[in-house]
Design a protein around this ligand. Structure first.
Ligand code: IPE
Ligand code: IPE
Ligand code: MG
Length: 237
């Protein structure tokens, strides 16, 4: 019996949870701190939640760290988010020791060379981990992902009559990853903000007013408990 089953009263753990890590700026504002302080606090929460997800035996966790639209933010905020990412990547050895497999989804080609290098190393270092599969969505946009998939499909020369949903699935960043079962968005916003828009067609959603830096393992428990009450019909009865 797993740790999870012994300690929690959930019938089922979703296979894949996706989180929109939102509310860092408002968390900082409430404390009269610069927005960067909110992003630093948010990155601590991210590490804690990833470890907890691994501990309870979750298979897949995908977190939204930076969207294709977040480049609209002031240059210094973008730079500080990238620096927090650098700090995190320097620290990924800990994740490897915890048996977490780390991967990135999104258009990482346009990122700074040193970040690309660190991403490649972190992915390679953890590639044999057998615990949680942790995906970080970075410069990720669902529409951008679909446009890229369409380009790849057209370039492959496939005949339109041979195109199926699997053709699309196989050309997304999330190729081979099961669709998210549960999407969590804290911070009181009720939108997807271009996150996993193809993949979430039948996801369950859990919203909360908690700002991401205040999000705790117990909140993940609440979301999973709620998920357990849902009746997923997929259009059936
Ligand atoms: C999420 O927090 C982090 C990123 C989008 C990078 P925000 O920075 O969006 O925080 P709020 O929404 O302004 O509070
Ligand atoms: C979504 O949050 C992106 C991330 C959490 C990385 P945003 O704060 O960018 O979303 P909007 O602008 O409120 O829709
Ligand atoms: Mg936000």
């Amino acid at each position: 019996m797993s740790f999870f089953k012994k300690t929690k009263n959930f019938d089922k753990l979703p296979e894949h949870i996706a989180i929109i890590m939102d509310g860092n700026g408002r968390w900082a504002k409430k404390r009269s701190l610069p927005r960067t302080a909110g992003h630093i606090a948010g990155s601590k929460t991210f590490k804690e939640i990833a470890r907890y997800a691994n501990k309870i035996g979750l298979h897949y966790l995908t977190v939204y760290a930076f969207s294709t639209e977040n480049w609209k933010r002031p240059k210094d905020e973008v730079e500080s988010i990238m620096n927090i990412l650098r700090d995190y990547l320097r620290d990924t050895k800990n994740f490897k020791d915890e048996n977490i497999k780390l991967r990135f989804i999104g258009d990482t080609d346009v990122l700074a060379e040193d970040i690309k290098q660190m991403i490649a190393e972190a992915e390679d270092d953890s590639k044999n981990a057998t615990g949680l599969q942790l995906f970080i969505a970075l410069n990720y946009g669902g529409r951008d992902e679909i446009v890229n998939a369409v380009k790849k499909i057209v370039d492959s020369g496939i005949s339109s009559s041979d195109i199926t949903e699997d053709t699309i699935n196989d050309n997304l960043y999330t190729k081979g990853i099961p669709n998210p079962d549960l999407i969590i968005r804290p911070s009181g916003e009720y939108r997807l903000s271009n996150y996993l828009i193809w993949q979430s067609a039948y996801a369950e959603y859990w919203f909360s007013d908690i700002l991401w830096p205040d999000f705790k393992p117990k909140d993940l428990d609440l979301a999973i408990e709620d998920f357990n009450k849902r009746n997923r019909r997929y259009g059936g009865i």
